[in-house]
Design a protein. Structure first.
Length: 188
């Protein structure tokens, strides 16, 4: 229970410097500014380390899965597009491009031209949108995905979508998600 007790925290300059270097490294990889994380680093907030651990759990250290990465990417993109007006979507697009997902398919999803996607990716994107919106259509979409990919895939998708939606919530709470930005898909 002691983890739930708020404690005053004063950052040391060396810890702050290290945290700011980590934020800068993340910005370079993700291709966007992370001002909200920079503020956490400057204030010495322990939340920053927790967020970094959550990110690692979701993207960097996912064990091998029977679920194709593009299915996860499109379900997550569908979910995050419900919650975010730009930067978090841009991060997902940048990571998905780095993972080799086709730029034209990502652009189609961003443009909501879902009929231009292969059927499995369209299903995943629609599922992400329905889950994020708490749309009753998610039940039918879940059944289709489960039939095609198995129950373990649904668990995987649920975790990935929940983590993706976490960041816009933190940004909104801190006042950093106030303006829309254009999302760009790099061709190569």
């Amino acid at each position: 229970m002691t983890d739930l007790v708020a404690r005053p925290h004063s950052p040391s300059s060396s810890n702050t410097g290290i945290a700011l270097q980590q934020v800068a490294a993340s910005e370079a990889v993700l291709g966007v500014r992370l001002d909200y994380m920079r503020e956490m680093a400057e204030l010495g907030s322990p939340v920053l380390a927790r967020m970094q651990a959550l990110t690692a759990l979701n993207r960097d250290t996912l064990p091998a899965s029977a679920l194709a990465g593009d299915i996860r990417a499109f379900a997550t993109l569908g979910a995050i597009m419900q919650d975010d007006c730009g930067e978090c979507v841009q991060i997902h697009i940048n990571l998905d491009r780095a993972a080799g997902i086709d730029a034209a398919l990502l652009q189609a999803a961003l443009d909501r031209r879902i009929d231009d996607l292969p059927a499995d990716l369209a299903l995943a994107w629609r599922f992400g949108q329905a889950v994020a919106a708490n749309d009753p259509a998610m039940d039918e979409l879940r059944q289709q995905l489960e039939q095609a990919h198995g129950r373990a895939a649904i668990i995987d998708l649920g975790f990935s979508m929940a983590v993706a939606r976490f960041y816009p919530t933190v940004k909104r709470a801190m006042g950093y998600a106030q303006s829309c930005s254009l999302v760009r898909v790099k061709a190569a």
